[in-house]
Design a protein around this ligand. Structure first.
Ligand code: NAP
Ligand code: HSE
Length: 445
């Protein structure tokens, strides 16, 4: 009997693959397609032949990519009638969306790592895939190497997801880790994250939370079988987090993480999707997710809590997820039918941030005189926000008549908490509301 590798030599099926993008991710996809060609062919059931790689600058050679494959004409590449699968790792919305629509109109299936595009144009792209009877897969778009979308789409499809919570941006987690452990400033660490290939072409998307918001939209759509777009996600980044915020969190036994949260409202009539920095207790598993690693908890009615963990950014980890999709799409193509498409039958509305419920830490500077603490506590009580703890520092010293108050709340509605903060800003005893940060991962949230 011939060995399986020899059998591949006589394998007649071949699928042609066009790659859009030959940068951090694309160069690794091309390299691994060549290095693992025999295994990928055996697993897919056909050899996967790279027929072109679109880049902007064809004069620059790229490790792992044959120069002869480079083209600066992606439109011509996707319009080729012999291309079976287009792998899109070039990023951006334009001209990427029209390139993918052209590819599908020509009968090619699409694998993409482009969360910004999927989160903003997902319904249109899915409709095109369905209309043309092709696949649109994008496992690499969320949490790099971690298998997360397929488990949500397939393994957990028999359950009722209630909440998805996690760290989904490698760049900001890398920055926050260095700020927490080394006291670094985020601007200084950002350059390092860019050098390591974690950051987006415009790193503002990472530090301002937009990348995580796009991923949160994709996760929420899959988890709750509803249509969720990027602009429905409430989003706050890490650019205003200072080393002092990190130190204060550390002193209280917390670490600051950029979290993405998608959850069912209490009455299950809608979902709230949010991205923001949050204090997480150091004892919580998310606190030990360091550097560019990502971790996502999915809470489902029957399964309970399921955790996904792994490398969330970087060329090679992301290429792993792209290649997984490439093999899956190739198998579907050989079987003559596309895989499962979009599921948004539940049609749950995305609710305003004010309906989110969590715990909060509020930092205040108060005039340290009798009754100040009582007045502050009364504002929380009047607003229906229950206090968990209050810690005071400073004050009652000559030349330092102000005290800082660290107030932590029990679970409250965001709208109630924001109303309390507005009222505190006008309170005579309060000199400044120095910071408000959400607290996640505690016993009651
Ligand atoms: P990148 O290093 O900037 O690579 C982008 C590639 O696309 C480059 O080769 C670029 O050509 C090419 N390109 C861009 N616009 C083009 C155009 N109009 N025509 C032809 N070629 C064009 O980006 P990346 O980090 O690999 O990310 C690519 C995608 O993967 C993005 O959607 C990103 O969000 C996603 N992603 C990235 C990671 C990660 O860790 N890096 C992880 C998950 C998902 P030149 O090389 O000539 O400039
Ligand atoms: N810029 C993204 C991140 C890449 O840092 O997580 C992975 O999607």
């Amino acid at each position: 009997m011939r060995a399986w590798r020899e059998n591949l030599d006589i394998m007649t099926d071949s699928l042609k693959v066009a790659l859009l993008g030959g940068g951090t991710v694309g160069s690794q996809v091309a390299r691994l397609m060549t290095a693992n060609a025999a295994d990928l062919a055996a697993r897919a059931g056909a050899s996967l032949e790279l027929v072109g790689v679109a880049v902007r600058d064809t004069s620059r050679s790229r490790d792992g990519i044959d120069d002869a494959l480079l083209t600066d004409d992606p439109a011509a590449l996707v319009a080729r009638s012999d291309v079976d699968i287009v792998v899109e790792v070039m990023g951006g919305l334009k001209p990427t969306e029209s390139l993918l629509l052209t590819a599908m109109a020509h009968g090619a299936s699409v694998v993409s790592a482009n969360k910004a595009l999927i989160a903003s144009r997902g319904p249109e792209l899915h409709a095109a895939a369905e209309a043309n009877g092709v696949d649109l897969y994008y496992e690499a778009a969320v949490a790099g190497a971690i298998p997360l979308l397929r488990p949500l789409r397939e393994s957990l499809v028999g359950d009722r997801v209630r909440r998805v919570l996690g760290i989904v941006n490698g760049t900001t987690n890398y920055i926050l880790t260095k700020m927490d452990e080394d006291g670094a400033r985020y601007e200084d660490v950002l350059a390092e994250a860019q050098r390591l290939g974690y950051a987006e072409a415009d790193p503002t998307a990472d530090v301002e939370g937009h990348d995580a918001a796009a991923k949160a939209a994709i996760l929420a759509g899959l988890a709750f079988h509803s249509s969720v777009s990027y602009d429905q996600v409430s989003c706050e980044g890490i650019s205003r987090i200072t080393p002092e915020d990190m130190a204060a969190a550390k002193a209280s036994g917390f670490v600051v993480k950029l979290l993405a949260v998608a959850e069912l409202a209490d009455d299950e009539a809608g979902i709230v999707v949010r991205v923001h920095p949050a204090m997480v207790p150091r004892s919580h598993p998310l606190a030990s997710v360091r550097d560019a690693y990502n971790a996502v908890f999915v809470e489902a009615a029957a399964a309970g809590q399921v955790m996904f963990y792994g490398r969330g950014a970087g060329g090679e980890p992301t290429a792993s997820a792209v290649l997984g999709d490439l093999v899956a799409v190739a198998r579907n193509r050989l079987a003559g039918r596309p895989g499962p498409g979009r599921s948004d039958y539940a049609g749950l509305p995305v609710l305003p941030l004010g309906m989110a419920t969590t715990r909060y830490a509020v930092s205040l500077v108060v005039h340290d005189r009798p009754g100040a603490l009582a007045a502050v506590a009364q504002v929380f009580a009047d607003g229906g926000v229950s206090l968990q703890s209050v810690r005071q520092e400073g004050g009652l010293e000559e030349g330092a008549p102000d005290a800082s108050l660290q107030v932590r709340t029990h679970v409250a509605a965001e709208a109630d908490l924001q109303a309390v903060v507005q009222r505190l800003r006008t309170l005579e005893q309060v000199k400044e509301v120095a910071g408000v940060i959400r607290v996640e991962g505690g016993p009651d949230s």
